[in-house]
Write a protein that binds this ligand. Sequence first.
Ligand code: SF4
Length: 343
Amino acid sequence: MRLRVPGGVLTSAMFAALRSVSDEFGDGRIHLTSRANAQLRSLPTGMDSHLPGRLFEVLRTAGFLPSPSHERVRNIVCSPLSGIAGGRADVRGLAGALDRALCAAPELADLPGRFLFGIDDGRGDVAKMGCDVLALAEAPGCARIIVGDLAGPAVPLHAAPGALVALARRFAAAADGHWRARELPLRGGELLDGPVTATLPDTPAPTMVYGALPGGALSVLAPMGVLTPEHGDALAAAAGTDGTLIITPWRGVVVVPQPAPPRGALARLAGTGLVTTNDSPWTRITACIGAPGCAKSAGDTHAAARAAASGPGPPGHVHVVGCSRACGAPHSPHTLLELGSKR
Ligand code: SF4
């Protein structure tokens, strides 16, 4: 079960609900995706192939699934460190505003599930993710609107969610079976009014930072994107009862504690196996779920990833997959290590 988490932002209560559902119904783990969503696995289905009703009740009460008709289209990524460290503007809050505007538009309920909205605070991290429509902050109160690789007009930052929803409406009207803006005849240019620049504006080289951040925030990476129950315990303790946990598209979590992080929180997180430094090999090794979680996989991708992490391995980013579908491949340059296909 994939649960959309716009901007990756979870409250402590939402994280607790995810953990309790995974404990009670699933394999106890929370899987993080390259769109900063959460996946639960090994959930039981009844004779009618439906998941247990109580599972939905717990999730809805916590704030997940706000619009059953729009769940598949709530694909919104946002710079996870915005307002915490770096960036040209504080874009926190825009992902939530965009989500509400999207869910309030009935004509967008049938957008393709691959259509991706992005909000980048100017550091260039989300801009590199191949979003269909993107607001890229250029200054504290101003964002450039981008469609695919085409730069359009600048808008006030607070108006960016409305501008992105308007573009999505235009895409829905023009899609004619296409799934992505770049697939349109003019590569998305038909969605923009006025002058269009054919290249993305320059942005700084994005870097995700792990460890302690300003203001008491903590940034960690989950090896292979899997949060175990032990990871979950440490993250929940670090966040406190009113904290925020931001899932990153690089399968990490930024914890913004409230009221304050308990003493030794970073060491406790590291003690569970979460990555807390940028020199870990796990910052450049990822893997799809592989066997036994995926029937298509020819092997244990996580074992292969662990082997790659323990040795010198090839240089650069390595993504291990169990078949040629290459699920979860990063948006940045990488080497694909394919274990083969069962077909
Ligand atoms: S890449 Fe293949 S083996 Fe891996 S999760 Fe996707 S379908 Fe399964």
